[in-house]
Design a protein around this ligand. Structure first.
Ligand code: HEM
Ligand SMILES: [Cu+2]
Length: 647
């Protein structure tokens, strides 16, 4: 065997990373053994099917990936902070911007959002769990091991280096001969299957598991956004699945789908990628819209303005999101007719988006606004996202895009939409729902410090990129000479990036500080909020609701509090719960081994793990464990304890 292909030859940086990964792994193993926590980890977390715990694991993984993607970002910013820097070489720079984009979109933003929707959606609709709890665990473990597969690439074999969009022929074996893009095709495939399963699971959950009386048009706005997002997932992800499979054939088995020879077609990849890729940006941004809608209504003490138009604008956005993909390659020769079509559909998206912006503003109007940390992020989102949207419309004009395309102007555009539209949203949602899950708030003072650092630094870091783009600086260029004049603004951008790091450090410190010192709150409704998740106690019991609520109005919990509309009318009876299972985790591990074997063309382990996957899937299908019941007395006792009564 040729052991050399596993090695990454490189710089002290990579060896340092290897050493720290090994040390951290040893540390975790020793720690778990010393504190005898292996059993706890297995029983309570690795085998769990509880939507709340799965959600927490998604969010933890996302935070870890935020760190990894953040390190990539700082390395890029340092390399371009001044002319002729020698911190990274061209190849290493290529790898870093590729993994940065992949990790931030697929392994940070999406799982963070899926984590929040796991924790919150069943509670918001008054359900006890998702429709298919075990499948939910499969989703998580496929995502997790897909993410791990991509992450090990930089210490074993080498990272992908053709950008997150992996355009052919650049990503072909000929021009990218390391295993990096094999990792790309397999890691994304594995986690993508997990996401597709999530899509099915949440559509069924929201359509079939709502509490009695909760008509579609009475659902909370976050649940609506999640429903629409998952419909997009179910239509968009199969395209990625196919594209990645063809990419794998090209790279591993010598097929010619995307090459320039033998009838292959490189533009086929660009089209498939963006038929998935553009809807993908709405997969991360629509749930963010939902989060902001909840937060803005809660902290303005008003109903959400224009509920129906909110729903319809999301539906229109989801439809249009499938009709705009070619705006990513106006310059690649499809002609004026085609470009005009995509130009018009792209600009049309700004209309429903504008409707939503006005709805949020009208919700704020004459509201009794409290400026809590989640609310501050929501308020900052509105103007910053609008800048992102308006520059999007500038890019949407095909003839103008010949100038902007692949410059830093584009990079500034998508960060101005993605950072307020995804990152601020998950941070806001995190602060907002944190007390629900853990029974205490994050400290407001520290939260606001982090907020100002993050919001100001974001603008310092990314606004200069608009100007640099107009000056002609292209994206993905690893160095430049002093004569270009890109130096000063690039330095400003680097300083902003450091400020962002400071903000995130304060945010993480806040989690630590609040865990130790914040007062506990078991009442479960610290913000005086509106929707059903706040009607449970904190921390939430495993079965969520002792009695399934009867919903009569839109903001059911608000009406219960304000107008004394009764919510829980039925008697407590025994509750059916799914049992934990280790099979999803095992399935994830085998998928990981299969992926790794394919990356290195190790056929025998690949075939064996393929068989293993089939066996575990069959075992899951024939599983006769249909769960268990929590007796009514036990539920009553738990409820009393949560209310602070002695049993
Ligand atoms: C009013 C709405 C929007 C319009 C009109 C718009 C328009 C565009 C156009 C025309 C491009 C391609 C430009 C080029 O390559 O030269 C682009 C790129 C991009 N947009 Fe937007 N956009 C909008 C909203 C969004 C949102 C909401 C997101 C994400 C949350 C987003 C994320 C991106 C990303 C990630 C890219 C670049 C991808 C890449 O090449 O790596 N956009 N946008
Ligand atoms: Cu797009």
């Amino acid at each position: 065997m040729d052991w050399d292909k596993f090695k990454v030859h490189g710089e002290p940086l990579i060896y340092g990373a290897m050493a720290s990964i090994v040390l951290a792994t040893i540390g975790i193993i020793v720690g778990l053994t010393y504190f005898k926590k292996w059993g706890y980890l297995w029983r309570e977390w690795l085998t769990t099917v509880d939507h709340k715990r799965i959600g927490i694991m998604y969010i933890l993984a996302a935070l870890l990936m935020l760190f990894r993607g953040g390190v990539d970002a700082i390395m890029m910013k340092l390399q371009t902070a001044a002319p002729d820097m020698k911190f990274l070489d061209a190849q290493h720079y290529n790898e870093v911007f590729t993994t940065h984009g992949l990790i931030m979109i697929l392994f940070m933003a999406m799982p963070f959002i899926i984590g929040l929707m796991n924790v919150i959606v069943p509670l918001q609709i008054g359900a006890r769990d998702v429709a298919f709890p075990r499948l939910n665990a499969v989703s998580f473990w496929l995502f997790f091991f897909g993410a791990m597969l991509l992450n090990i690439s930089f210490v074993i074999g080498g990272s992908p280096d053709a950008g997150w969009s992996a355009y052919f022929p650049l990503a072909s074996l000929e021009f990218s001969p390391t295993v990096g893009n094999n990792y790309y095709s397999l890691a994304l495939q594995i986690s993508g299957i997990g996401t597709l399963i999530t899509g099915v699971n949440f559509i069924v959950t929201i359509l079939k598991m709502r509490a009695p009386g909760m008509k579609l048009m009475k659902m909370p706005m976050f649940t609506w956004s999640v429903l629409i997002t998952n419909v997009i997932i179910v239509f968009a992800f199969p395209v990625l699945t196919v594209a990645l499979a063809l990419m794998m054939f090209d790279r591993l088995f010598g097929s010619q789908f995307f090459t320039m020879a033998n009838g292959g077609m490189d533009m086929l990849w660009a089209n498939l990628f963006w038929v998935w890729g553009h809807p993908e940006v709405y997969i991360v941004v629509l749930p963010a819209f939902g989060i902001y809608s909840e937060i803005i209504a809660t902290f303005s003490k008003k109903n959400l303005y224009g509920y129906t138009s909110m729903v319809f604008s999301m539906l229109i956005i989801s439809l249009l999101s499938f009709l705009v993909w070619a705006h990513h390659f106006y310059t690649m020769g499809q002609g004026a007719m085609v470009n005009s079509f995509f130009s018009i559909t792209t600009m049309a998206i700004a209309v429903p988006t504008g409707v939503k912006i006005f709805n949020w503003l009208f919700t704020l109007r004459k509201g009794r606004i409290s400026f809590t940390t989640p609310m501050l992020y929501s308020l900052a989102f509105i103007p910053i996202f609008t800048i992102g949207g308006v520059t999007g419309v500038m890019l949407a004009m095909a003839s103008a895009d010949y100038q902007y395309h692949n410059t830093m102007f584009l990079v500034a555009h998508f960060h101005y939409v993605l950072i307020p539209g995804a990152v601020f949203a998950v941070i806001a949602g995190f602060h907002y729902w944190f007390p629900k899950v853990f029974g205490f708030r994050l400290n407001e003072r520290l939260g606001k410090h982090a907020f100002w650092w993050i919001v100001i630094s974001f603008n310092v870091s990314f606004f200069p990129l608009f100007l640099l783009g107009l000056m002609g600086m292209t994206r993905r260029q690893y160095t430049y000479s002093a004569e270009t004049g890109f130096g000063p603004l690039s330095m400003v951008s680097f300083v902003g990036a450091i400020g962002l790091v400071v903000g995130f450090v304060i945010l993480v410190y806040n989690i630590y500080w609040s865990t130790r010192y914040e007062p506990r709150d078991t009442d479960g409704d610290p913000w005086d909020a509106r929707t059903l998740e706040w009607a449970t106690k904190s921390p939430i019991p495993a079965y969520n609701f002792a009695v399934v609520p009867n919903v009569k109005t839109r903001d059911a919990y608000w009406s219960a509090k304000q107008d004394k509309v009764p919510l829980f009318e039925d008697k407590i009876t025994k509750i059916h719960m799914p049992s934990n299972t280790g099979k999803p985790f095992i399935l994830g591990v085998i998928f990981f081994i299969a992926g790794f074997s394919l990356v290195f063309s190790l056929w025998i382990p690949a075939i064996l793990s393929g068989v293993g996957i089939l066996i575990v899937m069959a075992a899951m299908s024939f599983d006769r464990d249909h769960g268990f019941y929590i007796p009514a007395e036990e539920v009553i006792a738990t409820e009393k304890k949560l209310r602070g009564e002695t049993v």
